[in-house]
Write a protein that binds this ligand. Structure first.
Ligand code: CTP
Length: 394
């Protein structure tokens, strides 16, 4: 449909970015970005008319999209509501090819119409800069000026231009590099990684919502610990999540040390992630030892203690959620409860009880956390779930 309408309007159109990358990687994708040499809005409206779906136009940006109707994967406080009306289930975004240049004194880019190459130049990574032609003369041809295909093969995240230019244009891309590396299990090319280390302070101009969106995508990756280690080695963790960095290190007194709670937390996060895709369970894992630094004491008789860290940790959850611009709703209270219980109910998930069943259990237990804790200690399995429920009801 897009190719036909583009031909009728006499504009050249290309599929670009993440869809092309995911097509080659055989990963499922939910969004399609179309770049055209001409007005993206006109093409979107023609496609919307043919498919009889609504078109959302962003005049100021010169872009338009056919909304998917899906809920966003990750909800932050500023997530937009889903528009009403018939939808495709896919989000299709249309943009005219652009050339962007930046003046050093201003963060606002100067945007002009451009060629496909101009548009590919301003993209974040080689693997995200590939296009596929939708035009009659070369339909289906891959347009890959920066060796994105080779980088996919070598499992490498690399910027198309010098990393200093690409990251100055949008410093969030430093987080995106780590996010894509974590989602795909790729390495970050050394010059690209060095530029992140050097330019990390620039992240301060990016909104907290955008940073948290990327952080949540790292947390939702198959092995989130990899992303947190990259954030740590790049020096970004101090800025985006200082409380987590405080967990790092081992103190030794009289020959007695304690475990490094940073690496321990990442291990627990990976373990939970193997059993569950639930973002909030994963957040609970990340925060389960968060108050250990504040409660740490050395007792010459027993060694290191962290008395009361669960209660204090639970108290710290709302502040961390507020700072991260995460929703301050029942999800936050769920995380708080799990931190207070030091993740013991997650044993339920291990026994293949679903996340929603765990949520129900926690809600049903209300504030009687002691009862729940005892039940969890008793190693609940899916078989005796009904008995547990009855007990909680009493
Ligand atoms: N892009 C970019 N710089 C950014 C954000 C996006 O260059 N800061 C470009 C990339 O070409 C990217 C495309 O816009 O592929 C679409 O961005 P986005 O939807 O955020 O990412 P995807 O690559 O589609 O991946 P995902 O859907 O997993 O986020």
């Amino acid at each position: 449909v897009v190719a036909r309408q583009a031909a009728a309007l006499d504009v050249r159109a290309y599929v670009i970015g993440g869809f092309v990358r995911d097509l080659i990687l055989k990963r499922p994708s939910k969004d399609i970005d179309i770049v055209c040499i001409g007005s993206g809005i006109d093409l979107a409206e023609a496609v919307g008319r043919e498919l009889k779906v609504p078109v959302v136009v962003f005049k100021n940006f010169g872009t338009a999209m056919l909304p998917s109707g899906r809920e966003p994967d990750v909800v932050t406080e500023e997530s937009k509501p889903v528009p009403a009306g018939p939808t495709l289930g896919w989000e299709v975004e249309f943009v005219g090819a652009r050339k962007e240049s930046y003046r050093s004194e201003s963060r606002k880019p100067i945007v002009e119409d451009g060629t496909l190459e101009d548009d590919q130049n301003r993209r974040d990574f080689t693997i995200n800069a590939m296009g596929i032609s939708l035009n009659e003369n070369d339909f289906g041809q891959l347009l890959d000026p920066f060796g994105g295909l080779e980088d996919l093969r070598r499992k490498t995240i690399r910027t198309p231009l010098s990393p200093a230019i690409t990251f100055s244009d949008d410093p969030l891309r430093m987080m995106r590099a780590i996010r894509f590396a974590t989602q795909l299990g790729f390495d970050i090319e050394p010059d690209t990684f060095d530029a992140i280390v050097e330019m990390k302070d620039r992240l301060a101009i990016v909104s907290r919502e955008r940073i948290t969106d990327e952080l949540n995508k790292i947390i939702l990756s198959p092995k989130p610990s990899y992303g947190f280690k990259l954030l740590y080695h790049a020096g970004l963790l101090d800025f985006i999540f200082p409380e987590l960095l405080l967990l790092k290190g081992v103190e030794t007194i009289e020959g007695k040390g304690h475990k490094d709670n940073f690496y321990h937390t990442l291990q627990v996060l990976d373990n939970v992630s193997e059993r569950s895709d639930d973002l909030w369970l994963r957040w609970a894992a990340l925060l389960h030892d968060i108050a250990k630094p504040a409660t740490k004491r050395f007792d010459p008789k027993v060694g290191w203690t962290f008395h009361g860290h669960e209660d204090l940790g639970a108290k710290q959850v709302p502040g961390i959620f507020r700072q991260m611009k995460l929703p301050l709703n029942e999800k936050m209270r769920f995380v708080k409860k799990l931190v207070r219980l030091h993740l013991r109910p997650i044993a339920l998930v291990k026994e293949q009880i679903t996340d929603s069943a765990l949520r129900r259990l926690l809600i049903e237990a209300g504030d009687d956390l002691e009862a729940l804790m005892n039940l969890c200690r008793a190693d609940i399995t899916s078989k005796n779930y009904d008995r547990v429920k009855k007990h909680l009801a009493n």
